[in-house]
Design a protein around this ligand. Structure first.
Ligand SMILES: C[S@@+](CC[C@H](N)C(=O)[O-])C[C@H]1O[C@@H](n2cnc3c(N)ncnc32)[C@H](O)[C@@H]1O
Length: 213
């Protein structure tokens, strides 16, 4: 196992606190809508369609909760499990959930996405945004997402696409990390882990993959 498959995140300490603020901020929302691509709205459509108001969602590498909290606010019943190995990120998430009165629908899970501490088949949906590009072995994490989703459940991955901007952002990480994804590459990854009904779409500098277990 490399360090990456255990605890190798750059999102801790001071950087974690600063990025935790940015990732949950209106500045991030604005940059996404104006520059990178409005990926969150697309993910929310996919999740709400899969859940119909209730269910269990896992957000892998949830960060400050940019996706988790938006999903939780759409749920009538159910919960969002927010997995991250950065305590700083989860601290931001917890505080924002309290402010937004969403704590009853949010569960924090500190740990590695390579070994998700959840039983097989216990989730209706697993999502991950902006995480796989900064992993050395993204396929292992995708396999874990598939494992914890029930048969018929949905797996949704969004990440930087291999555009000039996607490559630029990915180069801020470790050289051994995977980096941004091509559409065909993400499709193949979904096929390789046994997902079905696969849809892979480009949204400006992002790519979104959706599959059914
Ligand atoms: C770019 S941030 C994205 C956060 C969130 N998904 C969002 O869209 O705002 C990447 C997050 O993945 C987490 N992360 C990176 N590697 C991880 C791993 N192996 N296991 C769990 N979390 C990880 C980091 O701590 C960080 O919070």
């Amino acid at each position: 196992m490399t360090a990456d498959t255990t605890f190798g995140s750059e999102w801790t300490g001071l950087r974690g606190r600063i990025m935790g603020w940015y990732l949950g901020s209106y500045l991030r929302r604005l940059s996404e809508v104006l520059v990178f691509g409005n990926i969150r709205s697309r993910v929310l459509i996919e999740v709400t369609e899969a859940l119909k108001g209730e269910g269990a969602v896992l957000d892998v590498g949830a960060g400050a909760g940019y996706f988790s909290l938006a999903i939780a606010s759409k749920l009538e019943r159910g919960r969002v499990i927010c997995l991250d190995l950065s305590r700083e990120m989860l601290g931001h998430l917890r505080r924002t959930a309290q402010k937004k009165h969403l704590s009853d629908r949010i569960e924090l899970l500190e740990g590695s996405a390579y070994q998700i501490r959840l039983d097989a088949g216990c989730m209706d949906v697993a999502i991950s945004n902006g995480v796989l590009h900064e992993l050395v072995r993204p396929q292992l994490v995708l396999q874990e997402m598939v494992r914890v989703v029930r048969p018929g459940g949905r797996v949704i991955v969004t990440d930087f696409r291999d555009t000039w901007l996607g490559r630029r952002i990915a180069s801020a990480h470790r050289s051994e990390d995977h980096g941004p994804f091509g559409q065909q590459e993400l499709r193949k990854l979904f096929l390789d882990v046994g997902l079905e009904n696969i849809r892979v779409t480009a949204i400006r500098h992002f790519v979104i993959g959706v599959g059914t277990k």
